[in-house]
Design a protein around this ligand. Structure first.
Ligand code: CP
Length: 308
């Protein structure tokens, strides 16, 4: 099978290869399809960046993009996701990009041995591998390496698929990860990747400060009722006061969407430390790389020459 569902399936070599391929696309690399190829983007949770950049990537690779809206599909009549995928495969779709609120929604699909390839564009609080790869590309552009880099991930770790995928890849690549945010949003399983420290420790020491949005759509009613945005900003946000203490080389990252004034002071989104919009640009090239790699493995494109 040729799919990308989890950062766990990527080793160091695979990540560095994807960065190299995405950079080649950024520098104008083009591919040649051996036959018409079709993709469908099935988003069962809202998205701006991931959905748009996958569609842009597909169009730039010359792939036919077949429209899909969950609300006007036959899933509203009770058809399962698996039967929907079998259906679009029968009609001729080669590649499905799926975002879904259910963690590991892809497991029963992978068990079915479909010929259709699957890219996970985010599963609940599980994983977001394409975001993680574009984040690795952005960090590599800033530092040229990962070994020994100090990366602080701040915020709603418990509900963040970005935190999980990034912690996985960063530790594999040799970076040192630490987390900060409310204690109750730090699941014990994340301790395998790094310690839970204070926001101020991260601000004082990190090379990369990665902020996360509070995922209100995944909070319990009790958590939601106890949440106060300005209090959160003061205790856990990147404030105008805290940013003064960053080291000159430190970059600020955020997967988006940003809640300005909550996890980050609004003015800092465009600060010289920020790579937030660069992450979004990189996302399109990284998604071209992810798709091209899958098409290459399926022998659907002419060989890509990347050089040494
Ligand atoms: N980072 C990210 O996944 O953003 P979207 O939800 O807008 O796709």
């Amino acid at each position: 099978r040729h799919d990308l569902v989890s950062a766990q399936q990527l080793d160091t070599e695979a990540v560095l290869h994807q960065i190299k391929l995405a950079t080649a696309f950024q520098n104008g690399l083009q591919i040649k399809l051996r036959r018409p190829v079709y993709a469908m983007n099935l988003f069962f949770e809202n998205s701006t960046r991931t959905h748009t950049s996958f569609e842009m990537a597909e169009q730039r690779l010359g792939i036919g993009v077949i429209g899909f809206q969950a609300s006007d599909s036959s899933m509203t009549k009770g058809e399962s996701l698996l039967d929907t995928l079998k259906t679009i495969q029968a009609i001729g779709v080669d590649l499905a990009v799926i975002r879904h609120s259910k963690n590991a929604y892809y497991e029963p699909i992978l068990a079915e041995q479909l010929t259709l390839s699957l890219i996970n564009a985010g599963d609940g609080s599980g994983e977001h591998p394409s975001q993680s790869l574009l984040d690795m590309m952005t960090i590599n552009q800033a530092f040229g390496h990962f070994s020994g880099l100090k990366v602080g991930i701040i915020g709603d770790i418990a509900h963040s698929r970005v935190a999980r995928s990034n912690a996985e890849l960063l530790t594999k690549l040799g970076a040192r990860v630490a987390f900060a945010g409310p204690d109750s949003w730090f699941p014990v399983e994340f301790s395998q990747f790094g310690p839970h420290v204070t926001v101020d420790e991260i601000v004082d020491q990190a090379d990369v400060v990665m902020l996360l949005r509070v995922q209100h759509e995944r909070l319990s009613t009790e958590m939601e009722e106890g949440f106060n945005a300005s209090e959160y900003h003061e205790r856990f946000g990147l404030t105008a006061e805290r940013v003064e203490r960053l080291q000159p080389q430190t970059i600020i990252m955020h997967p988006g969407p940003v809640n300005r004034g909550v996890e980050i002071d609004s003015d800092l989104v465009e600060s010289p430390h920020s790579r937030i919009f660069q992450q979004m640009s990189n996302g399109m090239y990284m998604r071209m790389a992810i798709i091209a790699d899958i098409l290459s493995a399926k022998n659907l494109i002419e060989p890509i020459e990347l050089g040494v």
